[in-house]
Design a protein around this ligand. Structure first.
Ligand code: DX5
Ligand code: ZN
Length: 220
């Protein structure tokens, strides 16, 4: 089974509550929230107060993708603000095991996010402490970028790496996923599919989620 995680980055922020209700009606169970600090990535988005507000209006799983430097300073704080899943970038944290453990101790699911040009070997020692890996299929920072085609082979190798170790770690893939490639990434081993433009691009989040689910299931 797979889950669609609409990325709110591509939604209309002037009507966030309606956008969230729409993707829920379409069948999404997870909301992907992109937190950017203008340091780790060249863009600034949203932070803790918005996560707290979203928590008040939805029962959907809130998945915070932290694209920030020094994520250890804030990761557990996002769980306390209402996030159910929090991922931190392996490139941003020299004490990753400590941060992942802090997320879990706060009651969240801990994820390791990894950029397109970062080797999978950098995940090895952190994997037992993570509930999921967020595999980037674009360089983080912006919605609407093109899927980097080498991500498919990387996804295949990550799936093998997790399965060979007998770990329950889930794989989430993020960046450039739409109806044209969703079936392929699911077939290759992704469990959670993030999509921003693919869900909200036509201005109707409910339809967007339904179309992705259909495109995924036609071929699987
Ligand atoms: C990129 C973000 C993604 C982005 C995905 O830095 O991590 O979650 O919003 O958007 P699309 O699906 O448009 O590539
Ligand atoms: Zn993201």
């Amino acid at each position: 089974m797979f889950e669609i995680a609409p990325s709110l980055l591509s939604s209309d922020f002037t009507k966030l509550a309606e956008e969230i209700a729409a993707v829920g009606a379409g069948g999404a169970k997870i909301l992907h929230v992109d937190v950017m600090d203008g340091q780790f990535v060249p863009n600034i988005t949203i932070g803790l107060p918005i996560v707290k507000s979203i928590r008040r209006i939805t029962d959907l799983t809130i998945d915070c993708h932290l694209m920030i430097v020094e994520p250890n300073r804030y990761a557990a704080e996002f769980v306390r603000a209402g996030a159910n899943m929090v991922s931190v970038h392996v490139e941003a944290d020299p004490h990753l095991q400590r941060t992942l453990t802090a997320i879990r101790e706060a009651g969240g699911q801990a994820g390791i996010a990894i950029n397109p040009a970062t080797a999978l070997s950098s995940l090895e020692e952190g994997l037992p402490f993570a509930d999921f890996v967020l595999l980037m299929s674009v360089n983080p920072g912006f919605g609407g970028q093109k899927y980097i085609h080498t991500a498919t082979d990387k996804l295949r190798r990550l799936r093998r790496m997790i399965d060979e170790r007998g770990l329950p770690t889930k794989i989430e893939i993020d960046g450039g996923i739409d109806a044209s490639n969703i079936a392929k990434v699911i077939e290759t081993g992704a469990d959670i599919i993030v999509s921003g433009t693919g869900v909200f691009g036509d201005g109707d989040g409910e339809k967007g989620v339904k179309a992705l689910i259909e495109a995924a299931t036609v071929w699987t």
